[in-house]
Design a protein around this ligand. Structure first.
Ligand code: NAD
Ligand code: TYD
Length: 333
C-alpha cells in the first residue's frame, strides 16, 4: 500500500493516524481529504512532511473531489464524520449529510474506481448500551442517539456495497478514544483543560456511566491492522479493555492536575445517555493486534500534552467553542 486516502485527517484520530502511518511505513504517501469543520484543524498537521502528505480541502459528499482524490490510490480510510453525541442531539442534519451520505459517496467512488481497500472507521456506540458482558461483532446493532444511528447507517451502506457490488469494505468499531489533539468538547480533554483552568467539570447524571478508554495510538494501530490483515466484508472491534465509570475518570483527572473534588459539578443528564459501552476485541487480537498503553501512563501522557500545548487548545476554546459551551451547558444547571 503506497498511496492511501485518509478522510477527516485534520481531526483527532485522523491526524494521529496520518502521523502513525507516515512513521510506520517509509514508502507511504497520504492524501488527506478534510472539510475543516469546527473540529478540523490544520494545527494538527503542522509537523508533517509535505513531500509525503497532500492536504485536500474538500467535503467527502463532493463526488468530483472524492473521485479525483481516490483515483490511483490503493486504499481509502474514512475518519470524516460529525462525531459528538451532544451536538447530534442539538441538531442532527450534518451527521446524516456526512456520516451517511458522505460515506455513500465514498462507496460510489470506490465502486467506479475499483479501489482495492475501503476501511470505514466506526464506533462501539453502534451496539448501544450493555449492562453485563461485551458485544461481539456478530451482535446486532442498536444505536440510541442520532450520532450512533448515523454511524450505523454508514456501516450498513458499506456492508451493502460489499455484498451487492463487491466493494472491499472493512469496518472497525473503536471504543472511546483519548490522547493528544482531541477537540475539547469530548469529556476527557474538556475536563483536563477545565481542571487546568480551575473551572467546573460538568458531570452528567450520577457519573456512573461506563466508557472503555482506548489510547489513540492503539486505536490507529488497530485500524491499520484491520486494513492490512483484516478481510473485506468483516467488522473488527477495537477495545481499550479499560472500562471506567465517568466519576472515576473525573477523579483521576483532578488528582493528576492537582485539583480537588470541589470542581465536580453534577449537571442534568444527557437525553438517552447510554449507560455502559463494552466490546470484545478477540477477533482483532487473533490477527495479532493488542492495546499497548496502560491507563496510568496514557492519562499522564495526555495531561502532560495538554499542559505543554496550551497554544493548541486555548485558541479553540476562545473561538466558536464559547458559543457552543453556553448553548450546551447553560441550561444544564
Ligand atoms: P473529529 O470530530 O475530531 O474529526 C472529524 C474530522 O472530520 C474533522 O477534521 C472534520 O473537519 C472532518 N469532517 C467532518 N465532516 C466532513 C466532511 N463532510 N468531509 C470531509 N471532512 C469532514 O473526530 P474523531 O474523534 O477524530 O473521530 C474520527 C472517526 O472515528 C469518526 O468517524 C468517529 O465516528 C470515529 N470514532 C471516534 C471515537 C472517539 O472516541 N473520538 C471512537 C470510535 C470511533
Ligand atoms: P463523550 O466524550 O461525549 O463521548 P461519548 O458520548 O461518545 O461516549 O462522553 C463520554 C462520557 O462522559 C459520556 O458518558 C458522557 C459523559 N460526559 C459528561 O459527564 N460531561 C460532559 O461534559 C461530556 C461532554 C460528557
Amino acid at each position: 500500500m503506497h498511496r492511501i486516502v485518509v478522510t477527516g485527517g485534520a481531526g483527532f484520530i485522523g491526524s494521529n493516524f496520518v502521523r502513525y502511518a507516515l512513521g510506520a511505513y517509509p514508502d507511504v504517501h497520504i492524501v488527506n481529504v478534510d472539510k475543516l469543520t469546527y473540529a478540523g484543524n490544520l494545527d494538527n498537521l503542522k509537523d508533517l512532511d509535505p513531500a509525503r502528505h497532500t492536504f485536500v480541502h474538500a467535503d467527502i459528499a463532493n463526488a468530483e473531489a472524492m473521485a479525483k482524490a481516490m483515483d490511483g490510490c490503493d486504499a481509502v480510510v474514512n475518519f470524516a464524520a460529525d462525531s459528538h453525541v451532544d451536538r447530534s442531539i442539538m441538531e442532527a442534519s450534518d451527521f446524516i449529510a456526512t456520516n451517511v451520505k458522505g460515506v455513500h459517496n465514498i462507496l460510489e467512488a470506490a465502486k467506479k474506481l475499483g479501489t482495492k481497500r475501503v476501511l470505514l472507521v466506526s464506533t462501539d456506540e453502534v451496539y448501544g448500551s450493555i449492562a453485563k458482558g461485551s458485544f461481539k461483532e456478530t451482535d446486532p446493532v442498536g444505536p440510541r442517539n442520532p450520532y450512533s444511528a448515523s454511524k450505523a447507517g454508514g456501516e450498513l451502506l458499506g456492508l451493502s456495497y460489499f455484498h451487492t457490488f463487491g466493494v472491499p469494505v472493512t469496518i472497525t468499531r473503536g471504543s472511546n478514544t483519548y490522547g493528544p489533539y482531541q477537540y475539547p468538547e469530548k469529556v476527557l480533554p474538556l475536563f483536563v483543560t477545565n481542571a487546568i483552568d480551575g473551572e467546573p467539570l460538568p458531570l452528567y447524571g450520577d457519573g456512573k456511566n461506563v466508557r472503555d478508554w482506548l489510547f489513540v495510538e492503539d486505536h490507529c494501530r488497530g485500524i491499520d491492522h484491520a486494513l492490512r490483515h483484516g478481510a473485506p466484508g468483516e467488522i473488527y472491534n477495537i477495545a481499550g479493555e479499560n472500562e471506567r465509570e465517568n466519576i472515576v475518570l473525573t477523579t483521576k483527572i483532578l488528582q493528576e492536575t492537582g485539583r480537588d473534588e470541589s470542581l465536580i459539578k453534577p449537571v442534568t443528564d444527557r437525553p438517552g445517555h447510554d449507560r455502559r459501552y463494552s466490546i470484545d476485541a478477540s477477533k482483532l487480537r487473533a490477527l495479532g493486534w493488542e492495546p499497548r498503553m496502560n491507563w496510568d501512563d496514557g492519562i499522564a501522557l495526555t495531561i502532560r500534552w495538554y499542559r505543554d500545548n496550551e497554544w493548541w487548545w486555548r485558541k479553540i476554546k476562545s473561538g466558536e467553542f464559547r458559543e457552543y459551551y453556553k448553548r450546551q451547558y447553560g441550561q444544564r444547571g
